[in-house]
Design a protein. Structure first.
Ligand SMILES: Cc1cc2nc3c(=O)[nH]c(=O)nc-3n(C[C@H](O)[C@H](O)[C@H](O)COP(=O)(O)OP(=O)(O)OC[C@H]3O[C@@H](n4cnc5c(N)ncnc54)[C@H](O)[C@@H]3O)c2cc1C
Lengths: 322, 259
């Protein structure tokens, strides 16, 4: 059996969990395994009902006051007991921040394999082979879990189409777990002060990455943005270094944008950056490394030194303005 | 506060990578190396905690002989002493194996805080710290953006998705995986580099770690690595800088119609 982990906040299902459901349906198509899903919390009946509308064998709810808020200790202890009761062969999850927090602990507590952050799969002779990115997307690796089952696999967000889940009608069943000794005490989730710039509305964005090397060089890219009438944004390291404010960061821990044009200057194209901008209609990348992963999603690519290309582009954009 | 900070040596970010003969990893000849990015922020977090609460910072690296330079760099930035775990038996550990070795060394050493980066820039497992916590029986938190400590109790700020954060409290000893950007990195001063020469780097080999081959057996196996296939047709624009600029602007205007 394949067991799918369903994530939620206060009973609201994380959309990314449907991607794991879809992955399970596709793998099951090749292996014939049954699929179940499991959701942990307190008051998760409605969420379970929503999941049960997908083609699955069963949806298990694990209700417990100690699971009201997510904790790494609570989730891994509860999940371990569920695995002992259901004996799955494969546990599928989406590689969210929450899964990153508890899945390695859970798999390690059972001394089992976890292949994390996968982007694709194939079933070869009954064996599940996973593809994951290494070197921040510059290389891909085909990986297999070894040793006793269950094997744990998490897929990077966006690897499967959650909206392509086959519909069905699954039975909802309750499981009970005993929990004690949870050490983490979480407080309410919160957002920092609201972003001063809203990049989501900008039609044109010029974005700068670590290829710019020094803070003073940011000016070169800002000039291009101004000449094009574009907003300036950045990859995370630029904001980590405080060369530009946090609210200009694009990516999984920054803003998600879908402008008419996104021009990436000296950005390598790590997945955490790509998720924030791959919805742009036209993507341009300037990078000195022709193998940079950013070119995998670029419509127009320029392999070269940004310190030569960007000023030339600025001059051209200024000509065009007149 | 006794803090062990784990530092992994990884190929420099802009390295040209070549696949090895077996096809299952890169060739490590001709590469230059650096400290994994988020580990550097872990080191800085450790140094700042020591400045505030007193105690000791121990820089731990598991890796071949060349990984010594990572420890030396940490000592120059202010760590008090080093632990270098080196043995041919540890050459190709997966996340579980590496975490087992680190946990064994940390247990023997004793600690209040064990810090790692949130993931490495080469394998990117994002598992080592969390597995170590499980093996050590301590609580943990991942993707940490702030660390406060009072009377043996830790309070850490976790980064969540979509711009959310959350404070979580738990008792020490504990393991934290640190996110890049949590602080501003310091660099080694000349004085620091001189002082580092007198600091101790203790070596640990497989015998000192004392784990059986069974305990280190890989749970995941890399079959092959390769350059990823492109999903999009990219038009590469070539020429001199000014030719490129003219061609790109023309295409953006007349082909993609973005202005
Ligand atoms: C949990 C988590 C969340 C994250 N969230 C985000 C996020 O929200 N946003 C984000 O951006 N990242 C995020 N990251 C970080 C991400 O993984 C990458 O580390 C980051 O995006 C890299 O930024 P970069 O491309 O600017 O730098 P690098 O990867 O260092 O790339 C620099 C690029 O510049 C090129 N270059 C260098 N010199 C020149 C030159 N002279 N001319 C042209 N090109 C040049 C290089 O070839 C290289 O490709 C996150 C990571 C994690 C683990």
């Amino acid at each position: 059996m394949i067991l799918v982990f369903i994530e939620h906040v206060d009973g609201k299902v994380n959309k990314a969990s449907y991607e794991a459901v879809r992955a399970a349906q596709l793998i099951s198509g090749a292996t014939g395994q049954a699929i179940s899903a499991v959701i942990f919390g307190s008051g998760v009946g409605a969420a379970a009902g929503e999941i049960a509308a997908k083609k699955l064998g069963a949806v298990y709810t694990v209700e417990n006051d100690a699971l009201k808020s997510y904790t790494a200790d609570g989730y891994s202890a509860a999940f371990k007991q569920v695995i002992e009761q259901l004996q799955p062969e494969l546990v599928l999850m989406t590689h969210t921040y929450e899964v990153r927090d508890f899945a390695p602990k859970l798999a390690a507590s059972l001394r089992r394999a976890l292949v994390g952050d996968c982007i694709a799969h194939k079933v070869e002779g009954g064996e599940l082979v996973l593809t994951r990115q290494v070197f921040q997307g510059k290389m891909a690796a085909d990986v297999v879990p070894v040793g006793d089952k269950p094997h744990f696999v998490s897929f990077q967000i966006g690897s499967f189409r959650g909206d392509e889940c086959e519909a069905g009608q699954a039975e909802v069943k309750a499981l009970t777990v005993n929990l004690a000794g949870i050490r983490q005490q979480p407080e309410e989730r919160f957002k920092e002060a609201k972003a001063a710039v809203d990049l989501t509305a900008a039609p044109l964005i010029v974005s700068v990455g670590r290829g710019i090397k020094e803070q003073k060089n940011i000016e070169i890219v800002k000039k291009l943005a101004d000449a094009m009438g574009a907003e300036l944004s950045a990859s995370r390291p630029i904001c980590d270094n405080e060369w530009l404010p946090m609210d200009r960061q694009i990516g999984s821990s920054g803003q998600t944008v879908a402008p008419k044009m996104y021009l990436a200057v000296g950005i390598s194209g790590a997945i955490q950056h790509l998720v924030g901008m791959k919805g742009a209609r036209t993507i341009v990348a300037i990078n000195k490394d022709k193998e940079a992963p950013i070119f995998e999603i670029a419509d127009y690519g320029i392999v070269g030194d940004l310190f030569e290309i960007v000023p030339a582009l600025t001059a051209e954009a200024e000509k065009l303005k007149q | 506060m006794k803090i062990i900070v784990c530092l992994k040596q990884v190929p420099k970010n802009d390295s040209i990578l070549r696949i090895n003969e077996q096809g299952n990893w890169i060739q490590d000849r001709d590469l230059t190396y650096e400290i994994n990015e988020s580990d550097q922020y872990g080191l800085e977090a450790a140094l700042q905690l020591k400045e505030k609460h007193g105690g000791e910072v121990i820089a731990l690296s598991l890796g071949p002989a060349r990984a010594q330079s990572v420890i030396k760099e940490a000592l120059a930035r202010g760590a008090d002493r080093g632990l270098h775990i080196e043995d041919a038996a540890f050459d190709s550990l997966d996340a579980f194996g590496a975490a087992s070795v680190i946990a064994a060394a940390a247990k023997a050493e004793g600690f209040d805080l064990l810090l790692t980066g949130l993931q490495s820039d080469d394998h990117g497992y994002a598992q080592t710290g969390v597995i170590a916590a499980e093996l050590l029986g301590t609580p943990h938190a991942t993707i940490v953006m702030d660390v406060q400590s009072e009377d043996g109790k830790l309070k850490v700020k976790r980064e969540l998705e979509s711009g959310y954060f959350q404070w979580v409290s738990f008792p020490a000893p504990a393991v934290l995986t640190i996110q890049s950007g949590i602080n501003t990195l310091r660099y080694a001063t000349l004085k620091g580099i001189m002082a580092a020469k007198k600091k101790e780097i203790k070596k640990l080999d497989a015998a000192a770690i004392g784990l059986s081959a069974d305990e280190l057996a890989p749970k995941t196996q890399i079959r092959k690595i390769y350059v990823p296939q492109k999903s999009k047709q990219t038009q590469f624009i070539e020429g001199s800088a000014s030719e490129i600029a003219a061609k790109l602007m023309d295409k953006l205007k007349n082909e993609a119609r973005v202005f």
